[in-house]
Design a protein around this ligand. Structure first.
Ligand code: HEC
Length: 136
């Protein structure tokens, strides 16, 4: 009996965690807006697009931007510095984008350090996702 109950509870917990783990561009935008202390309506696709294209001085003297690897057209596949294919960053072209918060955070941390030599803040991340999710 107790064992049965326990199984029921565990099954329910499993269901709850599945729901919580289902990230989407919209849920990530909401999360970043909240972290930035602004409403989702204060995120800006225009700012996100500028952020994506802005060139920064790179370590080896060459300027670098998010577009350097992800290309000027984020519905197109990109390339790493060693020429490895990167699936398109825009969810319109690659629906798996922005569906895994841990993956998104990992790559924001890594790529922002690489391009800006600092972490991106929550507002920048929210702007970035709202812009990409509107790219057709
Ligand atoms: C040196 C090449 C390079 C540059 C420059 C770069 N990225 Fe990326 N990015 C990658 C690679 C490689 C991946 C992981 C492979 C994949 O997900 O297809 C990735 C993945 C991502 C992801 C994961 C998205 C998801 O949900 O799958 C985000 C977010 C991201 N990059 C943001 C940025 C931002 C913001 C910038 C500019 C500040 C940037 N990237 C610049 C190479 C780069």
């Amino acid at each position: 009996m107790i064992k049965h109950l326990l199984h029921g509870v565990l099954a329910m917990l499993g269901m709850v965690s599945t729901v919580v783990a289902a990230d989407s561009p919209a849920s990530l935008m909401a999360q970043y807006a909240q972290q930035a202390g602004v409403p989702v309506s204060a995120l800006s696709a225009t700012r996100g697009g500028e952020f994506y294209r802005t060139e920064h001085p790179g370590r080896n003297g060459q300027s670098v931007s998010c577009a350097s690897c992800h290309t000027a057209t984020p519905t197109q596949p990109g390339r790493t510095r060693v020429g490895k294919r990167i699936e398109p960053l825009a969810p319109a072209a690659h629906p798996q984008r922005f569906t895994d918060a841990a993956k998104v955070e990992k790559w924001f941390r890594r790529n922002c350090q690489d391009v800006l030599q600092r972490e991106c803040n929550a507002q920048e991340k929210g702007d970035f996702i709202i812009w990409l999710s509107q790219v057709k």
